[in-house]
Design a protein around this ligand. Structure first.
Ligand SMILES: Nc1nc2c(c(=O)[nH]1)N[C@H]1C(S)=C(S)[C@@H](COP(=O)(O)O)O[C@H]1N2
Ligand SMILES: [Mo]
Length: 413
């Protein structure tokens, strides 16, 4: 055990570096968790919840951030694992109950985070090589991870506070030990290292034996640069699917801006949704149902109502988004035509018969918003079948999954 640790000693494997990377990782986790919760509750709101409809690109930003911070976790988590890897061989493996809890929670934390970011990434490619429902598991794991993160931070608080604000160039415990400060050496061992069976301090002294100070500083910087470059690369080469300025270097993002019918990517096609016949049928109507009264509108009748033009993005939970121009009838006007109460929320029903997004709900804050349309046109043309012809929902700040395509019925709830 001790030999294994000795062989793995490296200038980047120290508590200061673990704190530096841990801080970045913790920040990425928290942002990812917060934006993920927001996305979750947009899709499954609790009764009392109301959501902001401005800025209209809000979800584009929050979900883009969710995917970007999730992707950033890959290099950061790998870096962190690299730094603390020798701890796997700590001797004795378990020093008591608290130590056992600490090690078990970290093992769970590492395992769960790897699963979490991997299924999240695969989801952005719409690849589901597992037998469980993605969204529920991703949501539950998010809570598990936050719980374990809190335990981890609590356990490591002494190390974190000791190394929080030290610059990499400042002498730290390890170099203090070089200069013969046995007190802080012992403290560093208590906080981080292990003790040899004969009582001589283990890792810290090893590390000192192995690495002259100047060399260690260079390779710490080198390590941070590598992690920085790797993180910038994975983020920079996918973020173009959300942030237009990076579109040209969007190599890994599953969707490209402007690629697809009418310049907008398509998520679920009419073929996958099996709606082509019903959508193209001349007999199509959109039925509105409010407190017992029903009224059906043909597409021509909808076109004869006052039309509004808006610019709103499609912002998919998978991270890609695309701004577009839409034209159609305000949902608010249709609700007023049906004399719906201003507090009414609606259920949107698609021609699509199966599929988790064939029925969605739209809260009153969106119904009353002047930008919320039953869209009939996209980017100056009749809405393409793939984008939801004859009519689809488009509302500010809503996730793409709730922008129901191929509408057939809108009912008050
Ligand atoms: N009926 C129906 N509407 C739907 C979907 C669907 O599967 N069925 N997918 C949604 C998703 S996940 C997104 S991101 C947007 C994409 O719209 P677009 O294909 O026009 O870009 O449509 C939404 N509307
Ligand atoms: Mo989506």
């Amino acid at each position: 055990m001790y030999e294994a640790q000795r062989a793995l000693a490296s200038p980047v494997r120290n508590p200061r570096m673990a704190t530096v990377i841990g801080r970045l990782l913790g920040a990425a986790f928290l942002i990812c968790f917060g934006t993920g919760l927001y996305s979750h509750f947009l899709q499954e709101p609790l009764d009392w919840m109301r959501f902001a409809t401005r800025p209209e690109f809000l979800y584009q930003v929050t979900q883009g951030t969710h995917i970007i911070t999730g992707i950033a976790c890959f290099p950061l988590l790998l870096a962190k694992l690299y730094i603390v890897f020798p701890d796997l061989f700590a001797y004795p493996p378990v020093r008591g109950f608290v130590h056992f809890l600490e090690r078990a929670s970290i093992a769970l934390f590492v395992g769960a985070s790897l699963v979490q970011i991997t299924i999240g990434l695969l989801n952005t490619y719409q690849w589901y090589p597992w037998p469980f429902p993605f969204r529920q598991v991703h949501f539950a794991l998010g809570w598990v991870l936050i719980g374990l993160l809190i335990i981890h931070i609590a356990v490591k608080l002494p190390v974190i506070t000791r190394y929080w604000s030290k610059s990499l160039d400042e002498p730290d415990h390890l170099s203090d030990a070089v200069s013969g400060d046995r007190g802080s050496d012992a403290e560093a061992v208590r906080l981080w290292g292990t003790t040899r069976p004969n009582g001589v301090t283990g890792r810290v002294l090893d590390y000192i034996d192995a690495t002259p100070r100047t060399a260690s500083r260079v390779s710490r910087r080198g390590f941070l640069t590598t992690v920085g470059v790797a993180t910038t690369a994975v983020v920079g080469l996918t973020a173009g699917q959300t942030f237009t300025p990076l579109n040209a270097v969007n190599l890994f993002g599953p969707r490209k801006k402007g690629v697809g019918q009418q310049g907008v990517p398509v998520n679920r096609t009419s073929e996958q949704a099996k709606v082509a016949d019903a959508a193209m049928a001349p007999a199509w109507t959109l039925t509105l149902a409010v407190s017992g009264t029903e009224r059906s509108f043909t597409r021509d009748e909808l076109l004869a109502l006052p039309q509004t033009s808006v610019r709103l993005p499609i912002a998919c939970v998978e991270g890609w988004s695309q701004m577009a121009s839409w034209r159609g009838v305000r949902l608010r006007d249709l609700a007023d035509l049906m004399s719906a109460d201003p507090d009414t929320s609606f259920r949107l029903i698609s021609l699509e018969e199966r599929g988790s997004f064939s029925k969605t709900q739209i809260g009153r804050e969106y119904v009353r918003d002047p930008l919320t349309l039953v869209a009939l046109e996209l980017n100056g043309e009749t809405l393409d079948l793939e984008h939801g012809y004859p009519a689809r929902m488009i509302a500010p700040g809503r996730p793409g999954v709730l922008q129901t395509k191929w509408l057939s019925r809108i009912e008050a709830i």
